[in-house]
Design a protein. Structure first.
Length: 420
């Protein structure tokens, strides 16, 4: 165990000593070990108190819990429960979303606003050089990160887009449209689409299609989204209720080609009762990693620095470079379905002359519980492989997050046409 890890636990315990909530043990690890032993106490009260105290110490004690595993199956089960609860608490702090405050009486340069936003959220928020001097009026207090992003976009009349590290305001980005809600760490936008004629052998007059887009805060690594049509309700501004066209539909949407999720939900409609606006209530389940660690992997088997991700081999072919690495994923990943496993390795790249080179393909060669052998195929490099670096964003704190939302003011796409 590292000296830094020891000091962190010691400081936490000293803090509790000052507050009169902990006995003044000189050895922080001995105190943690004592609490673990108290989990086996015959006194239910003592077990509950020990459990709560260990939870409060947080993720710093996870190595202690792992090292305390013995042949006692009941204790091991309790230790696993503690690990899961601590990891979930840490994850939920991130997944609950990031509040930010931007309050200025006078318009202020967009560059200064994005710096403040990045500092508060600890996420990357960039702006094109052409837009840095753009002055924007904004007054937000403790609002979700994504709402701040949208308000700056609307007030500055400028679009934003995802980039490699976060979000960027850009002259090349389109302004986002649609009604929006900001639950937890998500941005959920909805628009009304007109289904094509004779869709599924039905007249489009009998269907209402709502298109949804879900963006996730850059600090969170999303893998897939579970969508159940039965979890959605739609109402018109004329109080008409619409039921899902296919209530039994369940979809698992991976995040692959673009850094957001997109899907549609169809509802049965009466063509005799049109609506100008809609309100949708829904729930989705996000599977994600609440945190990642960037690991630099030397392309040299003799210089391995991190046991979690290790270089195995490289091959330079006529048109591409193949890099093989062994990855030991966190606990819990061994239970994933095979079609999900490949998603966990999508965040890897080479650095060539300061530029990220993303893999063109990725292939799972061997899966042995949590240990995966992965082959990444990159385009042929301009420099020698020895002159580049391989990076892997290691996922941690896997969890599923159910998120409910309500989006009001979804304008009918036929509203403006009818007005004309």
């Amino acid at each position: 165990m590292s000296h830094q890890h020891y000091l962190r636990i010691t400081m936490l315990l000293l803090l509790f000593v000052v507050q009169g909530k902990r006995p003044a043990f000189c050895d922080a690890h001995a105190h943690v070990d004592l609490l673990i032993q108290q989990l086996r106490s015959s006194s239910r009260t003592q077990r509950i108190v020990a459990h709560r105290e260990l939870i409060e110490l947080g993720e710093e004690i996870l190595p202690n819990l792992k090292n305390a595993r013995i042949s006692d199956s009941a204790l091991n089960f309790h230790l696993q429960q503690l690990e899961d609860e601590i990891r979930l608490r840490v994850a939920l702090r991130t997944l609950n979303g990031t509040p930010v405050t931007l309050q200025h009486q006078d318009p202020i340069e967009l560059e200064q606003l994005t710096k403040s936003l990045a500092r508060q959220s600890k996420m990357s928020v960039d702006v094109d050089p052409q837009l840095r001097m753009l002055r924007v009026q904004v007054a937000l207090k403790e609002q979700p990160f994504w709402k701040a992003i949208d308000v700056l976009s609307q007030n500055g009349d400028v679009g934003w887009k995802h980039n490699e590290t976060g979000v960027a305001y850009s002259v090349q980005a389109l302004k986002k449209h649609g009604a929006t809600d900001y639950p937890k760490c998500l941005r959920v936008a909805a628009v009304h689409h007109v289904p094509r004629q004779n869709f599924r052998r039905r007249s489009r007059k009998g269907l209402v299609r709502i298109g949804l887009r879900i963006d996730v805060e850059p600090a969170v690594v999303p893998y897939f989204l579970t969508v159940r049509d039965s979890s959605f309700e739609l109402r018109g501004n004329n109080n008409q209720m619409f039921s899902p066209f296919n209530p039994d539909a369940v979809r698992e949407i991976p995040m692959v080609a673009q850094p957001w999720f997109e899907f549609t939900v169809d509802f049965q409609s009466s063509p005799d009762v049109p609506a100008d606006e809609f309100i949708i209530d829904g729930e989705v389940e996000l599977f994600c990693a609440a945190r990642t660690t960037q690991i630099e992997v030397p392309l040299n088997a003799e210089k391995q620095a991190d046991a979690r991700v290790q270089f195995v081999s490289q091959r330079s072919l006529e048109t591409d470079l193949k890099v093989v690495a062994d990855v030991v994923l966190p606990e819990g990943s061994e239970h994933f379905d095979s079609h999900r496993l490949a998603l966990l390795h999508r965040d890897a790249w080479l650095l060539e002359e300061g530029q990220r080179i993303l893999p063109q393909q990725m292939r799972l060669m061997v899966v042995d519980r949590r240990r995966h052998r992965v082959e990444f195929s990159f385009r042929k490099l301009k420099v020698k492989p020895d002159e580049t670096q391989f990076f892997y964003n290691y996922p941690d704190l896997f969890t599923s997050l159910p998120v409910s939302f309500k989006i009001q003011g979804i304008e009918s796409s036929t509203k403006n046409k009818n007005a004309k």
